[in-house]
Design a protein around this ligand. Structure first.
Ligand code: HEC
Ligand code: HEC
Length: 311
């Protein structure tokens, strides 16, 4: 009796005009369990670095669309459990400075070695501070104690770039090669349905980028392989597999006119082979493979320089 009237009294108080901000503060503070003090760590500055250097490959929210790197929405919690003997902050530091040291569960290698190129020690700690807030309450003093040095700039960053080169690169990317038909300059997940973002891949080294363009089949970004599905009706569908569970798959199909449709197909309508639905991932990239012939060395070189600068 008593308990209930107390509850309705406090609800009325909380819902009274003017009390909403209090409610919001209460809710957000308990939900995020924000720590009392961040010391010298600037989480907001860390988020900015993440947005400009990492968000191109890592999402922070759940999403069905595939992406290049693992989802980092709970990395603050997961980091401490990844490698025996390594604390959360140490693991994050190692993941950033030496990605080859360990491959995250359910991932393929492919994180560029120089994502931190040119960051100062302070910026690195801010970045780690931001990651540590994802799904956990960070131990800021432990992050402050990390021994880190300034990271030197990437050795092959282009110098002496001319306006003419950039104009040439823009013409290639827009018109001659039609890269923007598939690759969107937007970072949001819905713009990655056809192809991964390329404005932000510039941190990969130049030879790696050249290969991605000249020989796309050689190293295919995970989740972007073309898939072929055989239906019981005899029809074959091919496209990008966006989602698959026990009941249905979702395929992004592009027809000959470039029209895009999302097809959701019940697993019961798919042909079976050895008790498994017939869905084949091809080891071919949907990206056209003739760029090495189409583009002159001058055009390709200008294009690579543009991509390297846009990171
Ligand atoms: C070009 C794509 C790409 C970029 C850019 C990139 N990463 Fe990654 N990252 C990956 C891939 C792929 C993996 C999985 C393989 C591995 O663990 O090395 C990964 C793994 C990680 C992991 C380990 C995740 C886990 O669950 O254990 C962390 C942490 C991480 N990246 C942080 C960053 C940060 C911070 C940046 C920006 C400074 C960044 N990454 C930029 C592709 C990328
Ligand atoms: C028909 C659509 C299409 C066109 C046109 C296209 N691409 Fe791609 N591209 C893709 C797809 C799909 C992928 C992912 C599969 C793969 O790795 O090959 C990709 C991957 C890439 C990658 C690797 C990205 C990474 O994260 O490692 C780069 C770089 C790239 N494309 C650059 C270009 C450039 C530059 C052009 C124009 C010269 C271009 N693409 C034209 C569809 C396209």
């Amino acid at each position: 009796m008593m308990g209930r009237s107390l509850v309705s009294w406090s609800l009325r108080r909380l819902l009274a005009p003017g009390a909403i901000p209090v409610l919001v503060v209460l809710l957000t503070s308990s939900w995020m369990s924000w720590p009392k003090s961040t010391g010298t760590i600037d989480v907001a500055a860390g988020r900015e670095i993440f947005e400009s250097r990492c968000a191109v490959c890592h999402f922070l929210r759940a999403d069905v669309l595939g992406h290049t790197g693992p989802n980092l929405r709970t990395i603050g919690r997961d980091a401490a459990t990844r490698r025996p003997g390594l604390g959360g902050p140490e693991y994050l530091l190692q993941s950033i400075l030496d990605p080859d040291a360990f491959v995250a569960p359910d991932s393929r290698p492919g994180m560029p070695r120089n994502v931190a190129a040119g960051l100062t020690a302070v910026q690195l700690k801010n970045l780690i501070g931001f990651l540590a807030t994802r799904g956990a309450t960070p131990d800021f003093p432990a992050i402050e104690r990390l021994e880190v040095a300034d990271v030197p700039p990437a050795p092959d960053q282009p110098r002496n770039v001319t306006i003419e080169q950039m104009k040439l690169a823009e013409r290639v990317i827009r018109d001659k090669a039609g890269c923007l038909d598939c690759h969107s300059p937007h970072h949001r997940p819905e713009y990655r349905a056809l192809a991964p973002p390329i404005f932000g891949v510039g941190l990969q080294d130049r030879e790696q980028l050249r290969l991605s363009i000249a020989e796309p089949d050689r190293r295919i970004v995970p989740h972007y392989e073309a898939a072929v599905v055989a239906l019981q009706s005899g029809i074959l569908l091919s496209g990008r597999l966006l989602h698959q569970d026990d009941y249905q798959i979702v395929l992004l199909v592009v027809d000959a006119d470039g029209k895009r449709t999302l097809r959701s197909i019940p697993v019961s309508e798919i042909d079976e082979e050895d008790g498994q639905p017939m869905i084949r991932k091809l080891d071919r990239s949907p990206m056209p493979s003739g760029y090495a012939e189409l583009l002159s060395e001058e055009e390709l070189s200008a294009l690579l320089t543009l991509l390297q600068l846009l990171n």
